[in-house]
Design a binder for this molecule. Sequence first.
Ligand SMILES: [Zn+2]
Length: 492
Amino acid sequence: MKRLKHVVSICAIVALVWLCPLSSVWAGNFDANIHFHINTQRYTYDEIVKWLRVNIEMAESLYSNNPALVIHPTFVQENHTAIKIQTDSNGKNFSYLGFDNVSDLEKFMDDNFDNQARTKTDGHLTVLVVDTVVKNEEKNKGLCGRATFPHWVNPFNRKRGIIIATCVVADTDPKVLTQRYLLAHELGHFFSLKHTFEPYVNLNPLSVSNCNKEFGNHIKCNSCQGQVKPDSAGDLRECKGISNVMDYCTSGIGKEVLNACQLSRAAKQRERYLTSDGKTDYQAMAGLRGEGQCEADADCEDDEFCTAGVLDLKRNVCKAKKPLGSSCTDKRQCASDRCNLGTCKVADECQADSDCGAGNYCGEPIAGQRTCKAKLSDGSVCTKADQCQAGRCKTGFCSAPTSASMGESCRFDDECREGKCTAPVGGLTKGTCVCKKDSDCGSGKWCDGGVDAKVNACRPKLDKGESCAGVAGNDHKCKSGQCSGFPKYVCK
Ligand SMILES: [Zn+2]
C-alpha cells in the first residue's frame, strides 16, 4: 500500500496522466484480499492479529518479484460451533478442530471457509486460524497448516481455504508467535511450491525448473544452512542458520528464504491467477467450486446476472450484464434485456401490455423484437385475447360478446344480443344475427325459425283468417295465439 500511495502522489504532482503509465505501475502487483478467521484460546485475538501482520509483511517481502504480492487483510473473530475449547495438562485452554479423516476436514473447509469469488475480480482467499487441527482423531494426527497445491488433480482444479494452526497442543511454548513465515509457507503451496524434501513430479531432477534439486536428502530440515537441532519434542526441526521457507524447519536466527527457482515458479503461478488485464482472478484462485455463489439473478446486483443455467458448471457466479452486440444465449445476460439470434440487441419497446399505453398491447416478437401495437377491432385476426379491443380472441378472431343486434354481422352466436348467428360453426366466414325464438323479435312478431335455420326472419303476427300452416305448433304465429282448421289452417 505504501508503495502505491507514493506512486499516486508523484502522479498528482506531475498532473499529467500520460506521464504515469498506469498499466506499468499497476501490473507489478498481485493484490490479494485475504480474510483471516481467528479463533484461538492460546493467544488473544490481538496477539494473533499482530502475529499475522508480521507474517503478511514477511510474505509480501518474499514474493515481491513481479507480480508482487500485496495482501489486503480482513481480520474476523470466528465463532464456528465446530471449534471446541480443550484444556491441556497445564490447565491452559486451546481451541480445537477435530476430524475423522482428511475428506471431512476438506468438506468442513469447503462448507465454511472456502475461497470466495463473487465475480471474477471480486472475492477473497480465506484463512482459518485456530490453535489445533487434528485431521485424524483416531490416530491423533494434527497439522500446523494446510493449503492447496494448485496442480493437485483430485478434485480437478479445486482450491481450498488455508488453515493455519498455532500448533501448540501440549506445551506452553509461545514460540509460534516468533514464527514469521507460516503464512509465506502456506501461500508458497498456493503459488505451486512444494516442500524442499518433496520431488517435483515429471521434472528432470537436474532441470533448472526443479526448485528442490539443491536440497539433496529427504530430511525435513534439509535446507538448513547451519546446524540442525532437535526441538522441544525431539524432532529435528530447528536450524541454527538460514533455512528455506518451504521446509519443515524453523530458523534459529529468524531468517528464511526462497531460492531463485522457487521465486520465479511462484511468480509464474501468481501470473496464472491474474486476468488478462492484470487484475486478481478470484475465480482462478477458487478453482472449480463445490457450490455456486448465486442461484438466480436475484442473488446478484441489478446490473449483473447469475451464470446459473447458462454454463454447465456448478460454479454459478454473478457477472456484469453484457453490452449491445455481445454474444448471449438468454436475454438475462444482456443489459438491454434482449437477446436475438445469439447477440444482445437494442431493448424491446415493451415486455408486457402494461409497458404500452391504453388501447395498445405488447406485440409478439418480430425479428426478436417486441413493440407496442394498437389493439385490434372486432373481427380482426388475433392470437391472444389482449390483442383485441374486445378482450377476447375466439378461434383466431377478435370477438365481443353480445355486441351485434338482430340483422347485424357476426361470427359467433354469443355475439348476437338476441337470436343466433348464421355464420358456420367456428366463424370462418361472417354471418348475420337472426332470431331463434319469438321473444328475439319483440312484440307483435314471431320468429320464422325453420328447422333448416336458414331464414329465421322475424315476421309480423298474423290476423284472423290468415294462413298459419306449418309443421307443428303454429299457434304462436297468430295474434290470437290460435291456429287451427283442417285441411286449411288459419288464425282464429
Ligand atoms: Zn507445507
